[in-house]
Design a protein around this ligand. Structure first.
Ligand SMILES: [Zn+2]
Length: 139
């Protein structure tokens, strides 16, 4: 019924390349504000015949609570559930993001349910294109 509130976008993890879906809305939108206004006004008419300061406080609290919930939902959906890669942390500190992925992969090794899950395609470290130096020719 309220699918427009749960708009998701399919994408791939930047680290393990598994398909997943993330929430696209980071902040509360105008539709949610209107819904909160309707709920607040109906609460006000249930409480008394005209909306007063209590309903305004209630609607303001609901807007703040909704914004926090939208941001938490978006933030949790950004983190890959397979490998634990967090692109937000990666932008700030790549070493911290790498350590979190290592911890998640260690936990995954011991998890029996992860064996039946999709495989993680880890990026390969390629050898540098620089060839070795022949020491015998330098003498
Ligand atoms: Zn991943």
């Amino acid at each position: 019924m309220l699918n427009f509130l749960n708009k998701r976008e399919k994408c791939f993890c930047a680290f393990c390349k598994n398909p997943r879906s993330i929430y696209t809305r980071k902040h509360i939108d105008i539709v949610s504000l209107v819904l909160i206004l309707v709920v607040g006004l109906s609460f006000g008419y249930l409480h008394s015949s005209s909306p007063g300061i209590l309903e305004v406080v209630f609607m303001s609290t609901m807007v703040i609570f909704g914004e926090v919930l939208f941001q938490l939902r978006w933030r949790v959906s950004i983190i890959c559930k397979y490998c634990g890669f967090d692109p937000i942390i990666y932008k700030r500190d790549p070493n911290l993001a790498a350590s979190k992925v290592k911890v998640r992969l260690e936990e995954r090794k011991e998890d029996a349910d992860a064996i039946l899950g999709p495989p993680i395609i880890l990026p390969r470290q390629s050898m540098s294109s620089k060839k070795g130096v022949l020491i015998s020719r330098q003498v």
